[in-house]
Design a protein around this ligand. Structure first.
Ligand SMILES: [Zn+2]
Length: 262
């Protein structure tokens, strides 16, 4: 119970920072300077104006100085990120795997919201997620070494190599798919950002789970694509959602999969 509360609190704090990334990175602003300030009146926020969720509720969604409303997305992102770290902890327990996995999902959440608004995503966040997904076994090795819980060295090495291989295969498959679709509909279908996310998905989940995630993403994206009638539909949020669903429901999906080939 204490572990889950800890996971939730870490997630809320990271969600608060995620808001900073979502607002500032697309504008090319620094994420550390200047410190948090109200976008309306420019007044610097005190730490007690910046407590995730709590401050928003206590200030009733308004700036403490000028009383202009604060965007409702701030507490929503904080709450979602908190839940995200909690749900991942339920599956992995606390530790390096938990932190790395939840952080990748937090970055995918930030990328999704940025894609919704700008129809483009920053490489800095996208490549950070990929690096975390690729290097998770190495980080886990360092963590286990530091905490004296090291297991067989070959396991980490094998996990690391598998992640690189799966990332490369899925990125290539995605690139090839984009190439074919582009020939068919004479329009850019899958961008570079989608290919980077595909690599992240491959590294994180391997096969066949990453393919199931892409399938879920495609199915979820069909309805908005039909309604959009030629307007752009951001694909990153669907890839992120597909990844989340596949990762959370992995045991169910894998048991279906094994029955398919039984
Ligand atoms: Zn203000």
């Amino acid at each position: 119970m204490g572990a889950l509360l800890f996971a939730l609190l870490v997630g809320l704090a990271i969600g608060s920072f995620l808001n900073v990334l979502i607002v500032r990175i697309p504008k090319g602003e620094s994420v550390v300077f200047p410190p948090s300030h109200c976008p309306e009146c420019g007044e610097s926020l005190k730490w007690w104006h910046n407590v995730p969720l709590l401050s928003y509720l206590l200030l009733r969604g308004r700036c403490a100085y000028c009383r202009n409303p604060i965007g409702a997305l701030y507490p929503v992102v904080e709450a979602l990120t908190g839940l995200l770290y909690l749900v991942v902890a339920l599956k992995t327990g606390l530790g390096m795997e938990w932190f790395v996995t939840a952080t990748i999902f937090a970055l995918l959440l930030a990328l999704s919201l940025i894609d919704f608004k700008y129809y483009a995503v920053p490489d800095s966040l996208n490549l950070t997620a990929l690096a975390l997904a690729l290097l998770e076994p190495l980080l886990r090795f360092l963590w286990d070494w530091g905490t004296g819980t090291l297991s067989d060295f070959d396991l980490y090495k094998k996990a690391l190599l598998t992640r690189f291989a799966d990332a490369a295969i899925l990125a290539f498959a995605f690139w090839a798919l984009g190439f074919v679709v582009k020939r068919l509909i004479k329009k850019e279908a899958l961008g570079e950002a989608d290919i980077i996310i595909a690599a992240t998905m491959g590294a994180m989940m391997g096969f066949p789970l990453s393919l199931v995630a892409i399938y879920i993403a495609a199915v979820l994206a069909i309805v908005p694509a039909i309604f959009a009638r030629g307007h752009m539909v951001p694909f990153v949020p669907f890839l992120a959602l597909g990844t989340w669903i596949a990762w959370v429901f992995e045991p169910t999906i894998m048991s279906w999969w094994s029955r398919l080939y039984a």
